[in-house]
Design a protein around this ligand. Structure first.
Ligand code: SF4
Length: 191
């Protein structure tokens, strides 16, 4: 019981320090320009549309479920990740989710952002994995040129354009990127 109390206090103190460091960060004093918000969101929207078209090649109901899942994964992100983020309810969030999340969900400090991010980021992975797997299966079993072009477009957006925008535009100038699990994952995978 005593240990629980001690751990909670320690956690709160770590979070308070994190919040203090970050709210003093210069990135909170400037807003992200609209073009950057659009640059972050339009490719994601295109990915969802191309993914839905790919799933539709094998099942219309599957495509409806996939489209609904894609939108759900974004709302889940607003609910489960953004409330713990330093950019929650600030104009420093590169994609604008932090502001939307604040309108729908309460700020949370009971866990660290790093932990929450690692626990929940998997929700978005099916948006890449499901359409890509279906595309590979269809290319092998019933190849068409249209399907090939669709797969290339999906892969370019999902595996090249979106990661490059994150790395070189959205997150490039972020003052807290050293604390971001996403940037650390990218760094580790390069080693
Ligand atoms: S930076 Fe990421 S986690 Fe933080 S508020 Fe914006 S979208 Fe959410």
């Amino acid at each position: 019981m005593k240990n629980d109390k001690y751990s909670t206090t320690k956690l709160e103190s770590v979070q308070l320090n994190e919040i203090k460091n970050v709210t003093e960060s210069p990135c909170h004093k400037k807003g992200i320009p609209l073009w950057l918000v659009l640059l972050d969101n339009i490719p994601t929207l295109i990915l969802f549309v191309l993914g839905t078209i790919l799933v539709c090649q094998i099942s219309t109901i599957g495509a409806v479920i996939f489209g609904a899942y894609s939108l759900f994964s974004v709302v889940f992100f607003w609910a489960k990740i953004c409330p713990f983020c330093h950019h929650y309810n600030t104009l420093a969030c590169p994609c604008g989710y932090g502001v939307i999340s604040a309108k729908l969900f309460k700020k949370r400090n009971d866990k660290t952002f790093k932990k929450v991010f690692k626990q929940n980021i998997g929700i978005v992975f099916p948006n890449w994995i499901v359409p890509f797997s279906i595309a590979i299966y269809l290319l092998v079993t019933q190849y068409t040129n249209e399907l090939f072009i669709l797969t290339i477009a999906f892969s370019l957006i999902g595996f090249v354009v979106i990661p490059l925008i994150s790395k070189f535009v959205g997150c490039k100038n972020c003052e807290i990127k050293e604390d971001c699990p996403w940037m650390k994952v990218n760094k580790t995978s390069k080693k």
